[in-house]
Design a protein around this ligand. Structure first.
Ligand code: ARG
Length: 250
């Protein structure tokens, strides 16, 4: 194939994608980020993201199928066509917007810090965290927030949230940071009995982006529009609130 022919056929592929009639949408999610996405005993994805996805797909009159994918590599997997959309508690950030197209936000919540119950760390100020170890999931807004808000802390990053939770429970971390709605249910569970909430962090858009969005490939403008219209519709008809109340208490 000549370079020109290749470029032309690539353009054609993108064109047809943009106008594609969607009957099935494959959704990629980590399955290790409760309560947004997790696996049940049989390995099936469930959680807030999955319930919202199903409600959106009902609206869009398409069939939703789900694919489990490690967080690290979730954007390349979308680009490599392993699935058509990411719903994995992913924040809309400028760096990611260079690689994917985001829908309007479907959720937003502040970051927070948890510490061992016997911790003497006083508050979430930079001074209080100076010289302390703080864990966060790698390649997230939370690891970036830890670097920005706690410049004198030792930020340790983990491939999954599960791993920082284990490390703080085993006394290997002074603090951890994640969404308040992620830390809250963990702290109330047996696994989080080690720890307590220290406080929330400012909702700084330059760190956390613009809330959680659904990521699609950059050419899939039609799919983005379908999702955006469906988000508006499930908010208007009460479906969104039912799902929100099922997973998050405010
Ligand atoms: N909202 C944060 C971010 O986008 C954390 C997302 C983590 N998602 C996950 N499936 N582990 O960076």
């Amino acid at each position: 194939l000549s370079a020109l022919a290749l470029t032309t056929s690539l353009a054609a592929a993108q064109e047809s994608d943009a106008n594609k009639t969607w009957t099935e949408v494959r959704i990629g999610s980590e399955g290790a980020y409760p309560p947004f996405n997790m696996l049940d005993a049989s390995g099936k994805l469930n959680g807030f993201d999955i319930d919202i996805a199903n409600a959106l797909c009902d609206q869009m009159k398409v069939k939703c199928t789900f694919v489990t994918q490690d967080w690290d590599g979730i954007i390349p997997a979308l680009q490599n066509n392993r699935f058509d959309a990411i719903m994995s508690g992913m924040s809309i950030t400028p760096e990611r917007e260079k690689q994917v197209l985001f829908t309007n936000k479907y959720f937003n919540t502040p970051g927070a810090v948890a510490v061992p119950k016997d911790s003497t760390i006083a508050d979430t100020s930079a001074a209080s965290l100076a010289g302390k170890t703080i864990g966060a999931q790698a390649s997230t807004t939370h690891s970036q927030a830890a670097e920005k808000f706690f410049p004198d802390a030792d930020v340790r990053v983990y491939p999954t949230a599960e791993e920082y939770k284990l490390d703080i429970a085993n006394g290997r971390l002074d603090a951890v940071t994640d969404d308040i709605v992620v830390l809250g249910p963990w702290l109330e569970s047996a696994e989080g009995a080690c720890c307590k909430l220290l406080g929330t962090l400012p909702m700084d858009e330059s760190v956390y982006g613009k809330g959680l969005g659904i990521a699609v490939r950059q050419g899939d403008t039609k799919l983005k529009k379908m999702f955006d219209d469906a988000i508006t519709a499930i908010r208007a008809d009460g479906t969104y609130k039912k799902i929100q109340d099922k997973y998050f208490k405010f």
